[in-house]
Ligand binder design. Structure first.
Ligand code: VGL
Ligand code: ZN
Length: 192
């Protein structure tokens, strides 16, 4: 089924496609790098608002193991691991949203503590297409918040990958998103 993008009211949100979340990085998502070609294809679809979120932590962030958190140190602001995957066509991204930038606040959602909702609403966006990493954390949280903010949300299922800390986490995330009224599409089925 083909989905037509209205470039005036549709926006692409690319979640956390950063080196540390790809194989070889500090918190690698299995096959995380495999979302890049699909995302590059739709970044070039033309004319629409493209936004990328990035995890942008201080070096002593509360989510890190040395602080008692559950994650290895990752995506420290300004370090190579926090950079976008080198294959991502970053020049086609119009806005960058940095999140979880203070020591004491975790933010899986790109909407949490950021100007993302205001940015989208200010541009007249009604529908958000969400892709990136990781399905069971930041993609899920960002897509659910987009729904809560009142957007139609389409998750691009071939352009996401999950961490799967516990087996079944990704399937559960997909169920939660569907239950919230989020729909799914494949990047190949998007047309401008
Ligand atoms: C993420 C774990 C910790 C994500 C960020 O981008 O999904 N996951 N920080
Ligand atoms: Zn993080």
């Amino acid at each position: 089924m083909s989905t037509t993008i209205d470039s005036r009211t549709g926006a692409l949100i690319v979640v956390d496609v950063q080196r540390d979340f790809c194989p070889g990085g500090a918190l690698p998502v299995p096959e995380g790098d495999q979302v890049v070609p699909a995302i590059n294809r739709i970044l070039g679809l033309g004319g629409w608002l493209t936004v990328a979120t990035r995890d942008w932590h201080p070096q002593d962030h509360c989510s890190f193991a040395p602080q008692g958190g559950i994650w290895p140190v990752h995506c420290v602001a300004g370090t190579p691991g926090a950079a976008f995957h080198p294959g991502l066509h970053a020049m086609k991204i119009r806005q960058i949203i940095s999140k979880a930038r203070t020591r004491d606040a975790e933010a899986y959602s790109g909407f949490q503590g950021t100007e993302l909702a205001a940015l989208l609403k200010g541009q007249g966006i009604r529908r958000a297409f969400v892709c990136g990493l990781a399905t069971d954390y930041c993609v899920k949280a960002t897509a659910l918040d987009a729904r809560r903010e009142g957007f139609d949300v389409v998750v691009l299922e071939d352009a996401i990958r999950g961490v799967e800390v516990h087996p079944g986490d990704c399937a559960k995330a997909m169920d939660e998103m569907a239950a919230a009224g989020i729909t799914f599409a494949k990047t190949a089925d998007l047309a401008a």
